[in-house]
Design a protein around this ligand. Structure first.
Ligand code: B12
Length: 225
């Protein structure tokens, strides 16, 4: 099957909130040995963008958005489960470090964070996923408890991005800025935003998140020498 055709069908399945079709596409892709992570991000992900845009311009109601998002969440979980079982493509790695991940307070969007958790785990990080709507104070407390190397926060709403800034401020106030590497992500975040608030890193997607995390850990270990 043609990759582009597969991605178009994946996008349509999310836009139509057709879970049966979506799961069928995953099985077909698996059988034909397509990269399931890429299918998730570029195929089904494009459907997610489309429903977001339709919601934005009033072509989709909130219940419709919720319904389609539920399909996307199940699709994501199915693919992540397959990826976690795929030891050939993702062999067990030596431990690279510990990451605390959370979606910030006031924000329930957790699909993207879940994907980032999975790619980081497959790359050898121990990931403690605190879920969504997590206050920065709790994030910091957990980071200390687990002696984390990296704190990654996800924000999908322009109104909740300020929590990422609050985390940096809290770290500075407590004199703990050098204790943790911070990474920010979520659709409204940009490298500029990360720089502005003083976060250690930013990445646009779950694949790049691994590259950035590995780089930052390497830098941290070098500065310890
Ligand atoms: C699905 C969805 C929902 C679902 C969420 C379900 C869930 N469990 O996550 C539901 C229906 C619940 C929902 C609710 C709402 N939503 Co909504 N939602 C979306 C939608 C369509 C997709 C988000 C998504 O899952 N994307 C797919 C994932 C894979 O992408 P991602 O999250 O960006 O993650 C990737 C990267 O950003 C990065 N990444 C993510 N996190 C992190 C973290 C780190 C550390 C790193 C390094 C990288 C990283 O890697 C990920 C994988 O590649 C977006 C539109 C869009 N295109 O973003 C709107 C959107 C985010 N929602 C929006 C709105 C307005 C809302 C509501 C306020 C609607 C309402 N009136 O109630 C509520 C808010 C509820 C709340 N308090 O949080 C707006 C936000 C507008 C704004 N500028 O703030 C958007 C942009 C839609 C729009 N165009 O209007 N939503």
């Amino acid at each position: 099957m043609d990759k582009q055709e597969l991605y178009t069908r994946a996008k349509e399945a999310i836009v139509d909130a057709d879970e049966e079709k979506a799961l069928r596409i995953i099985e077909e892709a698996k059988k034909d040995n397509f990269d399931l992570l890429e299918l998730l991000l570029s195929g089904f992900g494009a459907g997610n963008d489309e429903i977001g845009d339709r919601f934005d311009v009033g072509r989709l109601s909130l219940p419709e958005l919720i319904y389609a998002a539920e399909v996307m969440k199940n699709v994501t979980n199915t693919i992540l489960q397959y990826l976690n079982e795929d030891e050939e493509r993702y062999p067990i790695q030596e431990k690279k470090g510990t990451v605390i991940l959370a979606t910030v307070a006031g924000d329930v969007h957790d699909i993207g964070k879940g994907i980032v958790a999975s790619t980081l785990r497959n790359a050898g990080f121990e990931v403690i996923d605190l879920g969504c709507e997590v206050p920065v104070e709790v994030i910091l407390e957990k980071a200390k408890e687990h002696n984390a190397d990296i704190i990654g926060t996800s924000a999908l709403l322009t109104s909740t991005m300020s929590e990422q800034k609050r985390l940096e401020k809290l770290l500075t106030e407590r004199g703990e800025k050098d204790s943790f590497i911070t990474m920010v992500g979520g659709a409204p975040c940009t490298p500029r935003w990360a720089k502005k608030i003083g976060a250690g890193g930013y990445s646009e997607d779950a694949v790049d998140a691994v590259r950035v995390a590995l780089e930052l850990i390497k830098e941290k270990n070098k500065s310890k020498e």
